[in-house]
Design a protein around this ligand. Structure first.
Ligand SMILES: NC(=O)c1ccc[n+]([C@@H]2O[C@H](COP(=O)([O-])OP(=O)(O)OC[C@H]3O[C@@H](n4cnc5c(N)ncnc54)[C@H](OP(=O)(O)O)[C@@H]3O)[C@@H](O)[C@H]2O)c1
Length: 324
């Protein structure tokens, strides 16, 4: 495993971060524990969860955070792990109504601390933005939680680069801390959704890429494996695909350009004796700014495969060739 740095976080987080959206719901607790054990065994120490995971599953609300809390307690590894969770997500039944008031942020954070069975969150993310909410109000309450030790560093997920720059300027002028990292969707396969998408998620675009290059700001990439687009399962016109998740992959990633990138990832994987999925992760790890891919491992085999990409870097010429 390789490790990086994120300003404000004392521990060096592993470059491969483990996403845990389905832990304790679509992924039963025993399987989740086995994935976590395997990830820790590979030197992984960076977890990504959220207050809203997995409220969309019957009985799933809070399951991911509770599963992580139980595993961290059982393993005794809390102090060796960088735990990130997110709050301020809209209620699922009213996605257009933001929840970024001081009361809502504080309520979500309190529940996350309880579920994770910890007294501090290493990296606390806001899950969404609402440009109508003044930046000073948002940073004010987050800085109170920093001062109280309830969180150690701040991150912004699905925020535009314009708002991140605004937040940094406000914090600088008012002696506050701002967001030390951004979390958006980013993979070798490019998203075809509008930015932001209907559910408020954001994917890499030119403005974000330039901003990260200029500022050197760490990026946590969700859907870093394009939801399995490089696994070998997604070929051709997708007419044989049946599950809801398959249809999502088709909608977001099926394009002539992405199939060409997939073909090239397979070719490079054959050259290096790797998997195409590992090449896709290496593409992110070889960017000119720090990228921590979040991997959505469903099995022990998948987490082992993804962790093995950590030490793999690609040359600029290979990056350009993959991009076509
Ligand atoms: N901040 C946000 O708004 C946001 C949004 C989305 C996700 N996230 C975070 O990111 C995490 C991961 O998201 P994601 O599920 O979209 O990520 P992903 O890693 O791109 O996709 C996961 C899928 O990729 C396939 N896969 C996993 N490991 C593989 C491997 N080694 N080789 C080949 N295929 C592999 C699996 O597909 P099969 O099931 O078909 O095997 C799996 O379901 C979430 O758990 C969450 O923590 C954050």
């Amino acid at each position: 495993m390789d490790y990086g740095t994120i300003p404000g976080i004392a521990l060096a987080p592993s470059v491969i971060c483990l996403g845990t959206g389905g832990f304790g719901s679509s992924i039963p607790r025993e399987t989740a524990f086995a994935i976590l054990d395997a990830y820790a065994g590979q030197g992984g120490n960076f977890l990504d969860t959220a207050h809203v995971y997995a409220a969309w599953e019957p009985g799933g609300a809070g399951a991911s955070e509770r599963t992580l809390g139980a595993w961290l307690k059982r393993s005794g590894l809390r102090r060796r792990f960088v735990v990130g969770t997110k709050g301020g997500h809209p209620h699922l039944q009213s996605m257009q109504v933001s929840r970024l008031s001081p009361v809502e942020i504080t309520q979500d954070l309190g529940e996350s601390l309880e579920r994770l069975d910890t007294n501090t969150i290493d990296l606390y993310w806001l899950h969404r933005d609402d440009p109508a909410v003044p930046i000073g109000e948002i940073l004010g309450v987050l800085n109170e939680h920093l001062a109280a030790g309830r969180v150690r560093a701040l991150g912004a997920s699905n925020w535009s680069m314009t708002r991140l720059v605004e937040a940094a300027a406000y914090a600088g002028a008012h002696g506050m801390q701002t967001f030390c990292a951004s979390q958006i969707g980013y993979s070798l396969a490019q998203s075809q959704l509008p930015n932001p998408s209907a559910d408020g998620t954001r994917y890499m675009d030119g403005q974000a890429w330039e901003g990260h290059c200029q500022r050197g700001m760490p990026l946590m990439a969700f859907s870093s494996q394009a939801q399995g687009f490089f696994s070998g399962k997604y070929v051709g016109d997708g007419r044989n695909l049946k599950t809801g998740k398959d249809q999502t992959v088709k909608k977001i990633y099926f394009s002539a350009r992405n199939f060409e990138r997939q073909k090239r990832a397979v070719a490079l994987a054959e050259k290096y004796g790797r998997t195409a999925n590992q090449i896709a992760l290496a593409y992110l790890l070889s960017q000119p700014f720090p990228v921590f891919p979040i991997v959505g491992s469903q099995t022990v085999e998948q987490v082992l495969d993804s962790c093995a990409a950590a030490a793999l870097t690609l040359r600029p010429g290979e990056i350009a060739w993959l991009e076509g």
